[in-house]
Design a protein around this ligand. Structure first.
Ligand SMILES: [Zn+2]
Ligand SMILES: [Zn+2]
Length: 131
């Protein structure tokens, strides 16, 4: 069980399940959306994600293969809805407040990593996305 929230707390969510495949993503879309690199994510089951306040205003931007969902008030990214795999959501690790947050296990999309970002760990690196 995890809880999460945006910066202004208008969006609060619960995740009644596990977080899997924690990763650092360096793709150009995550860099733009987060404003930094890498963006840290883990995967969850969409059916297990629920809003504490169902009236919270979530804006969804289609960045190509999925919807980047963010708070309409403060702009915090709160989750990612995959178009190819609608049963899966991505959760940015920084919005999680409670729960055993997993540590990222690999770097993805290293071929689009900005030059100013230096990787200082021994984790596996993939040129592109997950297999
Ligand atoms: Zn907010
Ligand atoms: Zn990415």
């Amino acid at each position: 069980m995890f809880t999460g929230s945006c910066l202004c707390q208008a969006i609060r969510f619960e995740l009644n399940g596990e977080l899997s495949s924690p990763r650092y993503c360096h793709c150009n879309k995550c860099v733009k959306f987060s404003g930094t690199s890498p963006a840290a994510w883990a995967m969850a089951t969409s059916a297990e994600l629920s809003l504490v306040n169902p009236n919270a205003e979530v804006t969804k931007f289609n960045s190509g293969r999925g919807l980047r969902c963010f708070c309409s008030n403060c702009g915090s990214g709160v989750w990612f809805e995959s178009i190819d795999f609608p049963e899966i959501v991505g959760i940015p690790l920084g919005v999680i407040d409670e729960g055993e947050i997993p540590t990222p296990e690999q770097h993805l999309w290293v071929n689009s990593k900005p030059d100013w970002c230096t990787i200082n760990d021994e984790l596996p690196q993939r040129e592109q996305g997950p297999e």
